[in-house]
Design a protein around this ligand. Structure first.
Ligand code: AKG
Ligand code: FE2
Length: 126
């Protein structure tokens, strides 16, 4: 899932008008935010389970929520990967490359990826 022009005020407003027609007017004022909606299909037979290759995000800060289908993995400084297990009402906050540069690397922008397992599709919004 995604929506067009998510980096423009008009694009964000047309999305929030559809999603929340009677509330959350303030969402329309967040013109400096970029939203990403992702759908990962459940892995098919003999198909790779890689949903999103390892990368860092260019953003300053990332707030991510998922539909209770795990898959997000984060690389620790020692090179080990761990799977993020979110509670239904929780979200994860990560620093991105911009925060790492701004903080002279006091904040770390972690490599992360999505690996699909199991039988359900995964949705995330960041
Ligand atoms: O879907 C996820 O959990 C990760 C998405 C992601 O890494 C991104 O949009 O940059
Ligand atoms: Fe990312």
């Amino acid at each position: 899932m995604g929506f067009d022009y998510s980096n423009t005020l008009d694009g964000v407003r047309s999305f929030t008008d559809v999603m929340w027609p009677h509330e959350n007017e303030a969402f329309g004022n967040m013109e400096t935010y970029l939203r990403r909606g992702m759908r990962y299909r459940r892995p098919g037979k003999n198909k790779t389970n890689m949903g999103f290759v390892a990368h860092t995000d260019k953003d300053f800060i990332i707030v991510l929520h998922e539909n209770q289908v795990d898959g997000l993995e984060i690389k620790e400084r020692d090179g080990e990967w761990f799977t993020v297990e979110l509670l239904p009402t929780s979200y994860i906050v990560m620093s991105g490359d911009a925060a790492m540069a701004w903080s002279n690397e006091r904040l770390h922008s972690p490599y992360h990826r999505v690996t699909m397992n199991g039988n359900a599709s995964r949705y995330s919004i960041a």
